[in-house]
Design a protein around this ligand. Sequence first.
Ligand code: SF4
Ligand code: SF4
Length: 106
Amino acid sequence: MRSLKSAKELVPGGLVVEAGNARDYETGDWRTEKPEVDFGKCIHCFFCWAYCPDASVNVDPEAGKMKGFDLRHCKGCGICAGVCPKKAITMVLEQRSATKARDDHG
Ligand code: SF4
Ligand code: SF4
């Protein structure tokens, strides 16, 4: 991300003006809870994939399998757990150590 020389360079309204910057702003950092799936209960219906607002559910469409979560962008909203017909997803408190948080933010 480039540094600003003055406040006049600020973009109004928090607009995202750089294309393809998802790697620089991993929204998973906002999370306080994370989803965990019990594959013993999962019937691979893909409801969680269809409803996730952050495209954070990984699936293998050829195998017809739900594979887990991309936690880099999962914000922990819990929608996937709410829509799962088998109650296979549990939201658990995120445990980040101080060292990990420091490493994540450089
Ligand atoms: S908790 Fe929310 S953002 Fe994360 S995988 Fe589930 S639906 Fe997607
Ligand atoms: S909604 Fe539940 S049962 Fe369906 S794929 Fe996701 S975890 Fe599996």
